[in-house]
Design a protein around this ligand. Structure first.
Ligand SMILES: N[C@@H](CCC(=O)N[C@@H](CS)C(=O)NCC(=O)O)C(=O)O
Length: 224
């Protein structure tokens, strides 16, 4: 099957756009990286079916599709898999350029991708903290835990100095930066709510404001 040009992508009656290749996003509902991809798809009104497949669950297709055995993994109709979340959002942006979430201007583009890097790094630190917390208490490493907590505290402090309720992080429109930061803060709230409490009024106000967006509200991680 040959790919139709992006401009020729059919628009579904509901206003949803289909990707050039029918796809399925393999994920867990708590993954902040997967949530980022889902928010991007929703903002672009892309039809993106999901399949909940924890990488290490029996029967999960993820390990056979992604050598890193991580979610999100985007499965294309030709059997190819796209990973990780940064590559997936870049692909979604290329397939559906509107609304533009990664600016063309080189400086703004760098700013957006730098925020994505901070946000994903915060999520990485929170994942490591969570996994450390799953180990028996006597096998936990306090210095390692402290190092991850310090990264989260520094990131949260940077956000407190950078966000303002009612304002996007880069430029005057929504970008991937905002969605990546929402995903990271949402995951910190889920797994380490005391660390999110450390965030100041600007961050909480900004998060409340972002949560008014359907793409953000509709992808909130389920509480265990
Ligand atoms: N850098 C990756 C991170 C993905 C990741 O770490 N996903 C976690 C779930 S939140 C995972 O699949 N972990 C399973 C494992 O590491 O084996 C991305 O942006 O997609």
């Amino acid at each position: 099957m040959s790919d139709p040009a992006v401009g020729a992508m059919p628009v579904l009656p509901k206003g949803l756009t289909v990707l050039p290749r029918p796809t399925q996003l393999l994920l867990t509902l708590t993954s902040p990286y997967a949530r980022k991809c889902r928010m991007v798809a929703l903002e672009k009104q892309l039809q993106l079916p999901i399949s909940v497949e924890p990488p290490h669950a029996a029967g999960s297709r993820v390990p056979s599709l992604n050598p890193l055995a991580k979610v999100p993994t985007l499965l294309l109709d030709n059997g190819e898999a796209v990973h990780d979340s940064r590559v997936i959002v870049d692909y979604l942006e290329a397939c559906a350029p509107q609304p533009q979430l990664i600016p063309s201007d080189p400086y703004q583009r760098m700013e957006v991708l730098r925020w994505q890097s901070v946000a994903d790094g915060l999520a990485d630190a929170m994942v490591l903290l969570f996994m450390e917390g799953q180990r028996p208490p006597e096998r936990r490493d306090p210095a390692w835990i402290e190092r991850q907590r310090a990264k989260i505290s520094a990131g949260v402090a940077l956000l407190e100095a950078s966000v303002k309720p009612g304002q996007f992080l880069v430029g005057s429109t929504l970008t991937l930066a905002d969605l990546a930061v929402v995903a990271a803060l949402g995951y910190i709230g889920l797994r380490g709510s005391e660390l999110l409490q450390e965030a100041g009024p600007q961050t909480h106000g900004w998060l409340n404001w972002m949560e008014l967006r359907p793409s953000v509200a509709d992808t909130a991680p389920p509480r265990a």
